[in-house]
Design a protein around this ligand. Structure first.
Ligand code: PXG
Length: 288
């Protein structure tokens, strides 16, 4: 495998960063997780825009232009002979002293990996996930806005561990006010009385690219959709529930905290949305 690192294509074995990199020492950096489907980088422009916004929010000046990032992503896919896969784009503050001071980091470290991903076993796309709400909360917007896709994933990782300890593959995370924010690496949607509902970014949701696609699909299908403050009760009593993310795609949820959601099987709206999503991933984006 070849990895694009600091402007050069290098062998996987040579794709190394320093132990003094602040991305490693402090989680000081930003990233994107992007999918490649049949030679199409799904909604690459949207991912690059979010990457730029994340970098801006942490005062990190990206070393490449939008067109250069795009070219680097496509080239990394091509040299690895991939037509389907997962792309990880990362920019860190770079090498610095021991001590937080980001201004002592002189050069940003940046890389692109193109590989494979499988977040959930395939059978769960058919039968749906049984998940739990966990104690670890999404970090509040005054501390670290959830819209920044930063290298700080520890609270999500703790939530993932808590889910596993409870025998579940995924977790619902609440915000500090007790409203549903999202899952550990996915956005959450419910379907209730014919409407598609999802928490807003201000409730602690990342503005997911997949989430945006689902909202577009709902509008095109003329299914009413809106952002809403959701409690656990709203999820327990929903007709349908599903999670969305670049890794997870669209995955049904059939049980939360021991309560069966709807009929206990992936619902008709979820199935329609998933079918439409699978069509769009092949055409919306950038050919490599
Ligand atoms: N919330 C969080 C906290 C995420 O990390 C999403 C929502 C969904 O956003 P997108 O834009 O992907 O629809 C994410 C995305 C991984 C991995 O390596 C993580 C994500 C995406 C792809 C892979 O675990 N997180």
């Amino acid at each position: 495998m070849k990895v694009y690192l600091d402007g050069r294509m290098v062998d996987e074995a040579d794709a190394k960063v320093s132990v003094f990199d602040h991305g490693l020492l402090y989680g000081d950096g930003v990233f994107e997780g992007i999918r490649l489907y049949g030679g199409n980088v799904f909604r690459l422009e949207e991912h690059l825009e979010r990457f730029e916004y994340s970098a801006k929010a942490i005062l990190l000046e990206l070393p490449l232009t939008r067109a250069e990032w795009s070219a680097a992503v496509c080239e990394t896919c091509r040299v690895n002979g991939l037509t389907d896969g997962y792309i990880r784009l990362v920019a860190t503050r770079g090498i610095g002293d021991l001590g937080l001071a980001p201004w002592l980091c002189k050069k940003i470290t940046y890389f692109c990996i193109a590989s494979k991903i499988a977040l959930y076993p395939p059978e769960f796309y058919e039968k749906g996930l049984e998940i739990v709400t966990v104690p670890t909360r999404r970090i509040g917007p005054a501390s670290l806005p959830a819209t920044i896709k930063s290298l700080n994933y520890l609270n999500n990782i703790l939530a993932k561990i808590e889910a596993k300890q409870a025998g579940a593959l995924e977790a619902i995370m609440l915000n500090e006010q007790g409203y549903v924010a999202e899952a550990t690496a996915d956005n959450v949607f419910i379907v209730h009385k014919g409407e598609i509902l999802t928490p807003s970014a201000s409730q602690g949701a990342l503005k997911g690219v997949t989430r945006g696609t689902i909202i577009d699909i709902a509008r095109d299908m003329k299914v009413p959709e809106r952002e809403a403050n959701l409690t656990r009760y709203d999820l327990w009593c929903a007709d349908e529930c599903f999670l969305t993310g670049s890794g997870a795609e669209v995955i049904p949820v059939v049980k939360l905290d021991g309560r069966t959601i709807g009929t206990g099987k992936p619902g008709p709206v979820t199935r329609r949305v998933l079918a439409e999503f699978r069509k769009r991933v092949l055409v919306e984006g950038t050919r490599i």
